[in-house]
Design a protein around this ligand. Structure first.
Ligand code: NDP
Length: 274
């Protein structure tokens, strides 16, 4: 398949670790000028021969988002690709999660993925070309018990991306939501367990569920493989709207669309709420 050569300048958020870091490196190695953004810059690696710049960015800070977008557009005169990989997960029973903790989850994962959009979309519309890639999660499609707020935040990211696709298409701008399954990253150690969860009536089941999530993630896909697959779709002339990473998760995604909801919830319950 012919590679889409229009992608020359990219901004990748969440690029200090995991999927964002691997994708930033992959794109830089392929000749894209990459701005790798995160709060911690000391972890950013610069691949040989790659054109990778680092920018400090907190996606919870509106001003930080606007400044980053403006700086790239001022330096490069264009911005062809925005990958939004910044995110983290909270775990705990719904009943044990405070409104502040729930809001914090939505703040980074959902609102954090819309703060950059106005400035970036304006530039992409003006240049009549661009691609927005939002990293959602398979949990957005198959909500996971004891990760209810994380699942909800990712469902919101997927819904927003699919709705946005129709709005921006007439301007030559596209978007794609990637729904990874378990991937071996810093996500596991960054997970925040809500305060009351390990002392409440849910403690035993919640503890087992979190252990299972952590184990599955650390046995999951490598970031290099995830980055390779995402990059290959990014360079397509017509990138897919929705990308489920990995054969198993593609199968899950298909199954939940075909099987009765009760059966799907029963299986998810056995896996994560027993
Ligand atoms: P990592 O923890 O390895 O990476 C998360 C990245 O997000 C880090 O670079 C972190 O950088 C950045 N980040 C977090 N909060 C902020 C913030 N407020 N502002 C800017 N950057 C921020 O996890 P992953 O690579 O696994 O996660 C990437 C995405 O993939 C996330 O959205 C996650 O939900 C999703 N995902 C992950 C799965 C997995 O199994 N690993 C499965 C499905 C989806 P810093 O702290 O330096 O700011």
């Amino acid at each position: 398949m012919k590679r889409n050569g229009q992608i020359k300048v990219a901004l990748v958020t969440g690029a200090s670790s995991g999927i964002g870091q691997a994708l930033a490196e992959n794109l830089a190695k392929q000749g894209v000028t990459v701005y790798a953004a995160a709060r911690r810059l000391e972890n950013t690696r610069h691949p040989d021969g790659g054109n990778l710049h680092t920018l400090r960015l907190d996606v919870n800070d509106q001003l930080s988002c606007e400044q980053v977008a403006q700086q790239i557009i001022a330096e490069e005169g264009r911005l062809d690709l925005l990958v939004q990989s910044a995110g983290f997960g909270i775990a705990g029973a719904v009943e044990d999660t405070s409104i502040d903790q729930a809001r914090g989850q939505m703040e980074t994962n959902f609102f954090g993925s819309i703060r950059l959009l106005p400035a970036v979309l304006e530039q992409m519309r003006n240049q009549k070309f661009g691609l927005i890639v939002n990293i959602g999660s398979v949990a957005g499609q198959i909500p996971i018990p004891f990760q209810a707020y994380y699942s909800a935040s990712k469902a919101a990211v997927s819904a927003l991306t699919l709705a946005l696709a129709n709005e921006i298409k007439p301007f030559g701008v596209r978007c794609m939501v990637v729904q990874p399954g378990d991937t071996r990253t810093g996500f596991t150690t960054s997970r925040e367990v809500t305060d009351r969860s390990l002392k409440s009536v849910y403690a035993d089941r919640c503890g087992r569920s979190i252990e299972r999530m952590a184990r599955d993630e650390q046995n999951g896909m490598t970031t290099e493989v995830a980055a390779r697959v995402i990059a290959s779709r990014i360079f397509r002339r017509r990138p897919p709207l929705l990308l489920n990473l990995g054969l198993v998760y593609k199968a899950f995604s298909l199954a939940v669309r075909l099987l009765p909801l009760r059966l799907v919830r029963f299986v998810v319950g056995l896996m994560y709420a027993a």
